[in-house]
Structures are given as structure tokens and as C-alpha cells.
Design a binder for this molecule. Structure first.
Ligand code: MHO
Length: 256
């Protein structure tokens, strides 16, 4: 019995490695995140996630729109697409405000993300504006590139004016300043406190903050909210607080 132990161990290790290689080839990254539905606070769940990056105007809005989408695990806003080293909000150089999305491809497809992208441009889709707010798809693999290009052709067929969206290979992402992360949620210190989102680092890395930020801004429907509520692990008081804003802000558009 004792001698079988190492064999079991190594085969487990091997299958883990094979799974990892396979995942890498499919453009997947394994991420650990604080599980939304786990009862134990801080419990980690591992998931094979993919990444997508979009520029579609002010990144506060994209953060909310993608954040509430079922299958999106986490969002982060930042600067990408340019060459300038270490851009900041006040010194963005040739970069664009983008939202970086970690998603579970078994739950939401890249095409569904593209749909949100195309439907939610306030400006910049056909009007030339500064690079900071330009319409931009940064693809992470060949599949995203092809789907992105195909979707742009479809958009173009629907319009007479020129679609200005650029599609380029993702290169480098610079995380934006903390005060931009989950911008709309930051107006609600009580909710942050009561849900344990008590530091910039936690807010930046939390799937829960991603969902709350989208819901509080009205980016999700009330039906969707009610369905997801049991998974958010909120107290009765926090649920009621959030629900009030979902109802109040739903469909009101996202300000920037
Ligand atoms: N209208 C906003 C845009 C913010 S954004 C993150 C402002 O001027 O503050 O670009």
C-alpha cells in the first residue's frame, strides 16, 4: 500500500500538468478567486478563466456593464493599447481606457461579450475622438481576433458611416489608480464595510465587488439580480440596500 502512494501522487501531478498545458493551449488561465457562493468567508475556488479587453469610452461604465454579466468573474479597469510606459489617468499618453474582463468561457462566450461591447458605445464607434476613449478590441488569442473581426464586419453592414473600432493584439495592461476601480460602488461606504470590502486591494480583487458595482449602478435587471442574490451571500440589510439601487437605477444609463 505504502509503495502505491507515490504513484498516485505523481499521476495526480501529471494529470494536473496535462490539464494545465491543455488550458494554456486553449488560452485559459487558472485563477483562484474568492468564491461568490461559498459559505466560508475567504474560501477560494479555482476556475479556468479567459481574459478579454475592451475600450469603449469611459471605463467606469464598462466596469459595470461587464461586471454584472453572468459568467464574468472579475473586472479591472486600466490603460492599454499604447506605447507609453507606466501611464496614469492624468498622463495617459497614447493609451486607451479599457476594461479587462476575466470570464468563465463555459458560462459566457466571447461573442456574448462582443455583443455587450457593440451595444454600449456612447460615442467613438463612428465618431473620431481622442485615443483615451476610442473604440478598441484587444484580442488575447486567434479565436478572439477572428470573432472580433467578424463582428466588426457585421456592425459595418448595419451602418452607412464608417465603424472606427480598432482590433489589435493585446500587449500590456496597466492597472488604473485605485479610485477608478469599482468607481460606482465606492459611493457606498456602508455597503463596502458590511460586505468586508474594506481595502483597495480587496476591492480590486473581489468578484463580489465586481457584481455589486454593476448592480448598484443599475447595469443589471431586477430579474437577474433576484436570481443571483442567493449567491452573493449578503445579509438581509445589505440585500435590501442593494435592491433599492437596482430598482432605482435600472435602465437609467451609466454616467461617466
Ligand atoms: N467625465 C469623467 C470621465 C472620467 S473617466 C474615467 C470626468 O471627466 O471625470 O474618463
Amino acid at each position: 500500500m505504502a509503495s502505491s502512494q507515490p504513484i498516485v501522487d505523481s499521476s495526480a501531478g501529471l494529470s494536473k500538468m496535462l490539464a494545465l498545458n491543455l488550458a494554456l493551449r486553449r488560452g485559459l488561465t487558472t485563477i483562484s478567486y474568492h468564491c461568490l457562493s461559498c459559505k466560508m468567508p475567504g474560501q477560494l475556488e479555482e476556475i479556468q478563466a479567459k481574459r478579454a479587453t475592451f475600450g469603449m469610452g469611459c471605463f467606469w461604465a464598462g466596469d459595470c456593464l461587464f461586471g454584472v454579466l453572468p459568467g464574468v468573474i472579475k473586472t479591472c479597469v486600466g490603460y492599454a493599447g499604447g506605447q507609453k510606459e507606466s501611464p496614469t489617468y492624468r498622463n495617459i499618453g497614447d493609451h486607451t481606457e479599457v476594461v479587462d474582463v476575466e470570464y468563465n468561457p463555459d458560462m459566457v462566450s466571447y461573442s456574448q461579450l462582443l455583443d455587450v461591447f457593440w451595444k454600449n458605445h456612447e460615442y467613438g464607434l463612428t465618431t473620431k475622438i481622442k485615443r483615451q476613449y476610442m473604440s478598441l478590441i484587444l484580442y488575447h488569442d486567434e479565436e478572439q481576433k477572428l470573432l472580433g473581426e467578424k463582428s466588426r464586419e457585421q456592425q459595418q453592414r448595419k451602418r452607412t458611416d464608417m465603424v472606427l473600432t480598432e482590433i489589435r493584439k493585446f500587449e500590456k495592461f496597466y492597472t488604473a489608480e485605485d479610485y477608478h476601480q469599482k468607481y460606482r460602488l465606492r459611493d457606498h461606504p456602508w455597503l463596502l464595510e458590511t460586505t468586508g470590502l474594506t481595502s483597495d486591494e480587496i476591492i480590486r480583487n473581489s468578484p463580489l465587488a465586481t457584481k455589486l458595482n454593476g448592480y448598484i449602478a443599475g447595469a443589471g435587471t431586477i430579474e437577474q439580480f433576484e436570481k443571483e442574490l442567493p449567491n452573493l451571500g449578503l445579509s438581509e440589510k445589505a440585500s435590501q440596500y442593494l435592491q433599492k439601487y437596482v430598482i432605482e437605477n435600472q435602465g437609467n444609463g451609466l454616467y461617466c
